[in-house]
Design a protein around this ligand. Sequence first.
Ligand SMILES: Nc1ncnc2c1ncn2[C@@H]1O[C@H](COP(=O)(O)OP(=O)(O)OP(=O)(O)O)[C@@H](O)[C@H]1O
Ligand SMILES: [Mg+2]
Length: 449
Amino acid sequence: MAERLRLLLVDDDPASLHLLERLVEQEGFDVLKAMSVEEAERVAFEFHPHVVITDVVLPDADGYALMGRLKEKLPESEVMLLTGHASVERAVDAIRDGACDYIEKPVVRSRLVASLRKARQQVALKLENLELRNRLAAQVQETLVGQNPRIEEVRRTIERVAGSDTSVFVEGESGTGKEIVAEMIHRLSGRARQALIKVSCAAIPENLLESEMFGHEKGAFTGAAYSKPGKFELAHHGTLFLDEIGEMKPELQAKLLRVLQDGKISRLGSTEDREVNVRIVCATNVDVEKAIAAGNFRNDLFYRINVVRLSLPPLRDRLDDVPLLVTHFLSQINRKLQIGGVHVTPAALEKLQNYTWPGNIRQLKNVMERAVALRQGSVLDVSDFVLGESPAAPKSGNNLVIELGTPMEEVEHRMIMAALGACQGDKEKAAAMLGISSRTIYRKLGEKE
Ligand SMILES: Nc1ncnc2c1ncn2[C@@H]1O[C@H](COP(=O)(O)OP(=O)(O)OP(=O)(O)O)[C@@H](O)[C@H]1O
Ligand SMILES: [Mg+2]
């Protein structure tokens, strides 16, 4: 598969920028542009270009300063310098400082092409290394910790679908590990060498989200001083993680649906179509089926993105995994802080296992970090863990007596009714109490949602 690499061009002369853009595009790079060092840094830190070609003389600082900053913050990027005839000597020095090549102005096409091919090779090497490192990291840490059957099922599904291009829909409360799942899918896929681009549909203001996703051309709207690729383009051949998809506004949902159907996008302010080959992983912590019923989410879009569905259970439904997670986070923290030997008493562990964790695994992780940070010795006991109220914990006195021999269906029904009674008819809460989804309650009661 031909790699699409991102290349950032930095030059304050629009004509030269335009010329270079054409040449570089012909070589198969996706082009980003900037006209000052400040702008170049901004674009580079956001889009992580594989290659940067920068003019030496720029309005706010010089290309060497830019190179220094990039080498520091984005060591994976290759930097090439455009120099005038007079400054060749300095450019040679720059190569010693880590520049990949320099090109004399006026640019000769064949010379530029040769340099670009060299840069491409360097990048390929680095990517290969990165992929190896990623694979290793995937094995070492970023797997989902847990032995609860529901987590094992999720893990098996991830392994089964990662290799295909199937859209995956991940649902779960906040802090249950949706982002980890997206990262695992990407890393275990054939797209691991390309980018995993994340978009939080809730965090970006509605009017910006469209240009964020599909990009824009210069002048497409007030303030669009330069053209900019969208997240879809950046994720070309890679994975696009659409987080909090349930928050996406209807108008954009329609546009997204079209892109998914056609496999093409056009930047705002452009009529040109660009093909994008992107694997989609979506996540939500709101009940999308409810949003559909309420008319806030398009059914046809849901049908597209919900090809494989992964439901991450809340932590209170897998409290059996708490000890394992505690051990996992403790050793993670120990590694990070280079300390050893901090451990949790059995009584404290019991406390953690009897809590309902409204903030799920993220909350557990924070609680662990806090306890370690404030610890007085190497033992963490009950008082070291400060937990909030347990809203969904069953109160004592809510016992249900069921005679042996009662048919299972009847047991379930009475259990659900009792839970509903204890929760004043709130199906969400009752479901949480029983460790099942509210959908299951509706189904068991033969009701429509
Ligand atoms: N099974 C797990 N094993 C180990 N760590 C986990 C697991 N699940 C989640 N975590 C950790 O918990 C934290 C929250 O996970 P993550 O960011 O993936 O949650 P999320 O579902 O995306 O939450 P939100 O909806 O709030 O974005 C992260 O630090 C993650 O590393
Ligand atoms: Mg998340």
